[in-house]
Design a protein. Structure first.
Length: 137
């Protein structure tokens, strides 16, 4: 499964309004990542930006203030979420969103912690997470 498909399946289709869904993961991911949505307690329209997100098939952790009804975990720190996702053995997406828009081509799935991919706007940082000091602790 490619990055946009994985992202839309586990995150995007919860957020993108149904009238804007095309069922083409690349198009829908591009739309969602540049769209302003009412997804916070404040009810203000905001883009998903300046936050981190860890996406797994079982859960999504983030520090973005989504409405609790969306079911995203906000009880984890970034390093803990990344370590838990990578050690689970399941594929995951590690995102570091800034102020610039991300696009579907910026989304990569990590299948092996020895080649973990941290995705951000226009670049991907690949590293061996098993070499981190916290990997065995």
């Amino acid at each position: 499964m490619n990055g946009p498909d994985f992202f839309m399946r586990h995150v995007g289709y919860r957020l993108l309004p149904t009238d804007q869904q095309t069922q083409d993961a690349v198009t829908d991911a591009d739309t969602l990542l540049r769209l302003s949505l009412t997804i916070q307690k404040s009810k203000k329209q905001r883009r998903i930006q300046t936050c981190w997100m860890v996406v797994t098939p079982q859960w999504v952790a983030t520090n973005f203030k989504f409405l609790p009804a969306l079911g995203f975990r906000q009880d984890m720190e970034r390093k803990t979420a990344i370590k838990e996702a990578l050690q689970s053995g399941d594929p995951c997406i590690l995102l570091a969103l800034g102020k610039r828009n991300m696009t579907a081509r910026d989304l990569f799935v990590t299948y092996d912690p020895r080649a973990a991919r941290l995705c951000s706007e226009g670049k991907v940082h690949t590293y061996d997470a098993t070499q981190e000091k916290t990997w065995t602790s």
